[in-house]
Design a protein around this ligand. Structure first.
Ligand SMILES: *Cc1c(COP(=O)(O)O)cnc(C)c1O
Length: 402
């Protein structure tokens, strides 16, 4: 049986009675936009994050757009973030007319390198978007101190980090606004698109709420050019069933990550992620550094630079697939090298850590319902593919002695 990188089937069958009741009750209520399910979810989500306000919206991407708009970021402004993220982080900055300014990531955390921020600050820098990538929290103590010193607004991209915390405090509650996604593969997934912004600032919450409904504080009075970006009542009903399970799911993710860390620690050729406190393990990402068991590239001259860089990772991904283990690459191309951002002029080599990660990272299967048997299959396949064959080593040693 193929081990999937992610699966919802057990979660949905476990919750099917509650989900069916919740969705059907929305259908029968006739209230599909707004209403009690939305209010209930917003209150519960804010409480879970320890903040005063949560506002549902259409997606994590829209959450970022609403946050930046509400903070007054716009044309001519610069927003600092990292290029090792999902494309939407930068896309949201561009969508509101501002310019993304990238820095590299830290080679040990894969998160925005806070040491590089000050060097790119200009008079036009308006905001900073730390990304809690893969569910791992950015050091928000340092991040906020840099932002305060330089008068930058902070929008936390928590799309992959629902349930993560820094020093025991929920991500998203440090900056001016925290942005969440309920895309189905995230830690708290809806049955479709969904998102939310959280904040402790009542005026900001109100502005984001209005922007999400056509800039409309009162029916048919439009005070800003906004969006149609609401969380649907059916999605809120699904999320209301799932939110109470989130803590258990994060606990399961964390146990799975701990088992991977224990069992893969001695394997050569891969670098494992760190298991910090507060990590919510949306992804378990290894770096593939060497592959003595892989056949060499067909011809060094014929291979493009990119392929040679990612040779071991690409080989391991295919070999795992053949051994019944499906994996995913988050992300193969850094944002600053995407064709859509060619006009920003970031050449190859601008962010060496990010570029290297993009050719080495591989996400192993992780989701709360992954079974011990499935995880054994992943570990066994990796051991087989990465262990140096002892007979090969003996031959080499004999030769050396001779
Ligand atoms: C998923 C994701 C988003 C966008 O969320 P959507 O709900 O898909 O719009 C933004 N940033 C990061 C880091 C993400 O992983």
């Amino acid at each position: 049986m193929q081990v999937p990188p992610f699966s919802l089937s057990k979660q949905i069958s476990d919750l099917s009675a509650d989900l069916e009741r919740a969705v059907l009750s929305v259908l029968q209520s006739g209230q599909y936009i707004g209403g009690a399910q939305i209010q209930q979810f917003e209150a519960a989500f804010a409480a879970a994050a320890g903040v005063d306000f949560a506002v549902g919206c259409n997606s994590g991407t829209d959450a970022l757009i609403l946050a930046l708009r509400a903070l007054g970021v716009g044309a001519g402004d610069e927003v600092i973030t990292c290029s090792f993220s999902f494309f939407a982080t930068a896309e949201a900055i561009s969508a509101i007319g501002a310019t993304p300014v990238f820095v590299d990531v830290d080679p040990s955390t894969y998160l925005i390198d806070l040491d590089q921020i000050e060097a790119v600050i200009t008079p036009r820098s308006k905001a900073l978007i730390p990304v809690h990538l893969f569910g791992r929290p950015v050091d928000m103590t340092r991040c906020m101190s840099i932002a305060t010193t330089h008068n930058l607004k902070v929008v936390e991209d928590c799309a992959q980090a629902t349930g993560a915390s820094w020093n025991g405090q929920s991500v998203g509650s440090f900056g001016d606004v925290g942005c969440f996604s309920f895309f189905p593969t995230k830690n708290l997934g809806a049955a479709g698109d969904g998102g939310a912004v959280i904040t402790n600032d009542a005026a900001l919450a109100q502005t984001m709420r209005e922007l999400a409904v056509h800039g409309m504080p009162k029916r048919y009075l439009h005070t800003a050019l906004g969006y149609n970006s609401r969380l649907d009542a059916i999605q809120a009903a699904v999320l209301n069933v799932k939110l109470p399970k989130l803590a258990d799911w994060i606990h399961n993710r964390s146990s799975i990550a701990t088992r991977y860390l224990e069992r893969l620690t001695a394997l050569p050729g891969i670098v494992l992620p760190h298991g910090d406190n507060g990590h919510s393990w949306n992804q378990f990402v290894v770096r593939v550094r060497s592959c003595p068991n892989a056949p060499p590239l067909p011809s060094a001259s014929g291979a493009s630079h990119g392929r040679a860089e990612s040779h071991c990772r690409d080989w391991l991904k295919q070999a795992l697939q053949d051994a019944g283990v499906s994996t995913i690459i988050y992300y193969p191309i850094p944002i600053h090298r995407q064709p859509a951002y060619a006009h920003l002029g970031y050449g190859e080599g601008t962010f060496p850590v990010t570029e290297r990660l993009c050719s080495e990272v591989l996400s192993l299967p992780i989701f709360p319902e992954l079974t011990a048997t499935q995880q054994d299959q992943v570990v066994t396949a990796l051991e087989k593919l990465l262990s140096q064959d002892p007979s090969v080593n003996n031959v080499n040693q004999d030769r050396m002695v001779a």
